[in-house]
Every structure is written in structure tokens, then in C-alpha cells.
Design a protein around this ligand. Structure first.
Ligand code: FES
Length: 105
């Protein structure tokens, strides 16, 4: 679910929809919204699992100051998804531990 109307900002402009892939599953997202917002709108709340205890982590600060929303994006681990905008065709993966660099080309 997305905010479409805000009491202060009024009706929010609708951006075009793009397609992203999350753990192999195609999802729709609004171009330019933060990855984390797109995932929440699609019901995905776990972004990574901790290295030592394999505990799930998700939205915490929402402003790029912690590490709880880090995911692997287009083969690059540790991307803070709460401050990274969606782009068409992005490949996003729930990250396990420190993540692994992968060449997506
Ligand atoms: S939720 Fe804290 S950096 Fe993204």
C-alpha cells in the first residue's frame, strides 16, 4: 500500500511503474521511489539476515543511518535500500551476512 494523498503535501504525483526483480520474483515499483518503499508496498519486510545469528533485519531508521535495510542490488552487497531509488530492471536480493560481490554483466 502506498500513500497517494498527504494532509500537508496534498495529492502525490504518480510516477510510472517499472519492473524490479526480488529474489527472482518480478514486482512492480514506482520509478524513483526508494527500494525499501517498493518492497514494503509488496509485503516484503525482511532485507537481510545477520552474519552470526542469522536474525532477520528490515526497516529501522529509514534515513540511511543504520545497516538494517542493506541488500544486494545488481550484484553489489550492502546497499542501503531506504535511500536508494528504484530503477527499471534492478535485481535485488535479500542479503545473508556480509553479502557477496557478483558480476552482473
Ligand atoms: S533503515 Fe536504516 S539505513 Fe536503511
Amino acid at each position: 500500500m502506498r500513500v497517494e494523498s498527504h494532509p500537508v503535501l496534498g495529492k502525490l504525483e504518480e510516477a510510472p511503474m517499472v519492473t524490479i526483480t526480488v529474489d527472482g520474483k518480478e514486482l512492480k515499483a514506482r520509478k524513483g521511489e526508494m527500494i525499501l518503499a517498493a518492497l514494503l508496498a509488496n509485503g516484503i519486510i525482511v532485507n537481510r539476515y545477520t552474519r552470526k545469528r542469522h536474525e532477520p533485519r528490515g526497516l529501522f531508521c529509514g534515513i540511511g543511518q543504520c545497516t538494517d535495510c542493506m541488500m544486494t542490488v545488481n550484484g553489489i552487497p550492502n546497499v542501503r535500500t531506504c535511500i536508494t531509488p528504484v530503477e527499471d530492471g534492478m535485481k535485488i536480493e535479500v542479503q545473508d551476512g556480509l553479502g557477496v560481490w557478483r558480476d552482473e554483466n
